[in-house]
Design a protein around this ligand. Sequence first.
Ligand code: C6P
Length: 420
Amino acid sequence: MSAIHDEVRHLQAPALDVETVRADFPILAQTVRGKPLAYLDNAATTQKPLAVIEAERRYYLEYNSNIHRGVHLLSQKATDAYEAAREKVRRFLNARHAEEIVFVRGTTEAINLVAQSWGRSQLKPGDEIVLSLLEHHSNIVPWQLLGQQTGTVLKVAPINDAGELMFEEFLRLLGPRTRLVAVAHVSNALGTVNPARAIVEAAHERGVPVLLDGAQAAAHGPVDVQALDCDFYALSGHKLYAPTGIGVLYGKRELLEAMPPWQGGGDMIRTVSFDKTEYNVLPHKFEAGTPNIAGTIGLGAALDYVAGIGLEAIAAHEAELLRHATEEARRIPGMRLVGTARDKAAILSFVLEGIHPHDVGTILDSEGVAIRAGHHCAMPVMTRFGIPGTARASFAVYNTHAEVDALMAAIRKAQKFFGR
Ligand code: C6P
């Protein structure tokens, strides 16, 4: 993975005992349509380890209560666990301050928050936001909505045939009206790792802040927001072994402090009268209403779990799975990889000649192999390659060589079924 992840490859990552890891995920030990499940849809969402399920269960069984409100013991316990999770996220991202960590529903909400709070308060008609062609719809549509509200304009950096950002073209788009760069750290459709550090450096040289969409990066290698020096970083817990409905917006403190709240309600205020409301301090200013307390505690447990294995070890394991899968894929006539960037995360997107990706997905499912098929909420990427969609296998810490082999066997079966 990217500049920071490059270093990872050279570290002597401790070997990962995948069978021990799998024992933490009982859901994997099932058969699907009479075949052992090979769950290769991790870019959509990962499975949850027992430690995460247990953390949520314990919260509901032992100290379910609202936070930041009650003087009673259960509320204090819930508040402590919630704020402890914030500190775990701070450590995970190596953020400077815990107030820079805002809990949101996921990456989508994080980006919408920046668009509606920072964007709406800062930007003027004709101001430009630079994206890449690799973006997920969650990093396109919020900026289009902002454009309708404020008159801002999108500029889109192209990608080459390998699915890599064309860096020179990207640089050319940074002009006097550029106010923000918002790009994926890792592409969900192709697995391309963007040169995040170089993007930030180039943007900062021109005084432009950068938002990184880390939805597909955070589970696959260490992320250090201080080393990246990005201004905003968005991620989803559910792609990181945590529950659904919880995610994170990291923002540099001075930026978050200058931003107005985007939702009003309880917890985000200090005083309210009908004449005037005084807002709460960071990060509570952005956390209106009762949050996903159980999910946040679950996210904290997931980060502990990942730290226990080590992100370097996870990155090395997944790199090996991707290497094996890529090598095997190249042996299959009629199978074409879409996205062959030099720097790729744990995603194998492909098309089979003459077979619609949805049909590929259906046949693979009948073999117990779970993948995603379609445009992956990245339609501009599909348009760029002139295809309706791809079949996408995506790997996680618990996947095995045998599962990659099951994927390849199922692909050959699909080809046979369709007479290819
Ligand atoms: N991609 C996939 O199968 P949410 O839905 O808010 O947790 O994440 C949105 C999102 C934003 N950016 C990127 C790069 C993403 O990959 C995703 C989610 C899933 O690829 C579901 S569409």
